[in-house]
Design a protein around this ligand. Sequence first.
Ligand code: GDD
Length: 318
Amino acid sequence: MKPRALITGIGGQDGSYLAEFLIARNYEVHGLVRDSMNKPRLHLAGLGEALTLHRADLGDSNAVGALVASAAPQEIYHLAAQSHVADAERDPTDTLRQNVLGTLNLLEAARRLPVVPRFFHASTAQIFGQPSQQPQDETTPIRPINRYGQSKALSTELVRTWREAFGMFAVNGILFNHESPRRGLGFVTTKICRAAAAIRAGHQQELKLGNLAAVRDWGDAREFIVGFWQSLQAPQAADYVFATGQLHSVENLLEIAFGAVQLDWRKHVVVDQNLLRTTDPNQLVGNPAKAARDLGWVARKPFAELIREMVYAAGAEA
Ligand code: GDD
């Protein structure tokens, strides 16, 4: 019998890479896409019979119960979320519904299966808010400073409770920023890399951005999803930080992306006050030592290589 996995958020960057990774390892994969998603992303095409797509609203406990019972997975990867920090500020109610209620419904449905599946939850560095300790690890206090971080702090605590009080094999991957050519359009890496390619091609003149001094710990999503899988193969369930441990600024990102197409970003970038965030954590940098020690997981892709790859992929599409 093939091992069976259920991935929520399979239409996104991490979900689609994880589906490919698991199918290459002979898994049967069930994927949940949003009710509203008419056409799942193209890169899910071609995965063949090993992939079954389902539509359900994670906020609907009956629908989630039926989905989990019919897929009967051994592993659940809960990646679906409202994951745009700025969007969460605009719609905190929907963010809580998707991120907290969705996680609760899925944990409950999993616990009711005759054989309880292992459960991975995509948590985030944003649960740490403005931490006094750098780098952050699994023991850093959870003190979110924005609505997205708050919703994920609650879902992270749910997963911890289901592990510690109810004995479920449930893992929080505390994910620092991770990017790829499949990263969504609203995130700063994609926005910059696509703009660099479009300006080079003459399709765009300028790029409006928020805080150029913002710093992040940016890794490669294709490496992160391997860590998700490894965490569910470990002898014991625990939380893990997945990060590179390196900080870069938006300005560094601009230098590399525009440099890749021989442009000077200073001639094209305009700071737009509307894109500044009132509460934007700075100094979020992760210590992935526990994942390295327990799982053998290490982030290897150099930042500049990742960004250049994203620019060239955007150029090829332009
Ligand atoms: N999106 C965006 N757009 N960000 C900008 C812009 C802009 O025009 N200008 C500057 N930034 C800055 C943001 O203020 C932030 O400091 C940084 O660039 C990165 O922004 P995002 O790419 O939107 O990611 P994020 O760090 O807010 O959140 C991502 O990482 C989290 C993990 O640390 C998301 O993937 C979250 O879902 C994830 O949990």
